[in-house]
Design a protein around this ligand. Structure first.
Ligand code: CA
Ligand code: CA
Length: 267
């Protein structure tokens, strides 16, 4: 059984060590029971139908119905086991979702992050994505969703999928969930103050640190790709970011006092 595990991968960019850790991964690869994966399903509408394991063409995944011989009005929540997000500079999540039917595909759900895995937590959770599936996801055409979870760094959370606010379609399908943490780990030894502003940024971002040492700056995408490098920077200098797409980035600065990483957002 594939459970919570931690994998440490060191990726090297121009001599800099950038650590990438698989914080959580679940492919539903080898069991027929929701609880076997450490997941919890909640039949909030109490109609006897909720998330369950399904198997089709040797692929195992989670499923929740909005039709089963008759129309259902589901309100079914599925929670992962606890995920500890302490110790990272940046965290991203991805999962795959699909609608089983090629015709009745307008399943509705929200992806939430909660501090517990019960019905009360569904109400107070942060909603990271809410959507009605489209033709792109119909006919079991798996589509990836990926987004930042960096706002929860330092917390232990539960990932949740709530299938609700729809009726008389067929089945929503969920599989291959991965949470990845990024950070500079043992190389992040500098303790002095480093700030970025404005953050979120539009055209440029300034770095501000104590001392007068020259710094080199590297900017990484949320998945760890180097997108920009600037040399000979001093505290207060502006770094152009209007050539970057909107999104979350990591800025890694190396100066006389060591290496530090900060997250920023380009609007
Ligand atoms: Ca139900
Ligand atoms: Ca699977």
């Amino acid at each position: 059984m594939k459970k919570l595990f931690t994998l440490f991968v060191a990726v090297f960019f121009a001599g800099a060590t950038f650590a990438q850790t698989q914080v959580f991964q679940e492919y539903f690869a080898d069991s027929a029971g929701v609880a076997d994966y450490g997941f919890v399903e909640l039949d909030i509408d109490e109609d006897g139908n909720t998330w369950a394991i399904d198997v089709y063409e040797n692929e195992i995944y989670m499923v929740s119905n909005s039709y089963d011989d008759a129309a259902l009005t589901p309100n079914n929540a599925l929670f992962s086991s606890a995920v500890d997000l302490s110790g990272y500079d940046s965290v991203a999540v991805e999962y795959f979702v699909a609608a089983a039917s090629g015709t009745y595909y307008e399943e509705h759900y929200k992806f939430i992050v909660a501090d517990n895995n019960d019905a009360a937590a569904v109400e107070t959770a942060d909603v990271l994505l809410e959507e009605t599936l489209t033709e792109a996801e119909s006919g079991a055409a798996w589509q990836k969703r990926e987004m930042s979870m960096s706002q929860f760094i330092g917390e232990t959370v539960y990932l949740g999928w709530v299938h609700y606010d729809c009726t008389d379609m067929y089945k929503i399908m969920l599989d291959s969930i991965t949470v990845t943490g990024f950070g500079v780990g043992i190389n992040d030894q500098a303790k002095e103050k480093l700030t970025l502003y404005p953050n979120p940024a539009q055209n440029h971002i300034r770095v501000n640190y104590s001392g007068n040492s020259e710094a080199s700056i590297e900017v990484y995408s949320i998945i760890g790709s180097l997108v920009k490098r600037v040399e000979n920077v001093r505290s207060g200098d502006a770094i152009t970011v209007d050539d970057l797409n909107s999104g979350t980035y990591l800025l890694r600065i190396t100066n006389g006092s060591g290496i530090q990483t900060r997250q920023f957002v380009v609007e």
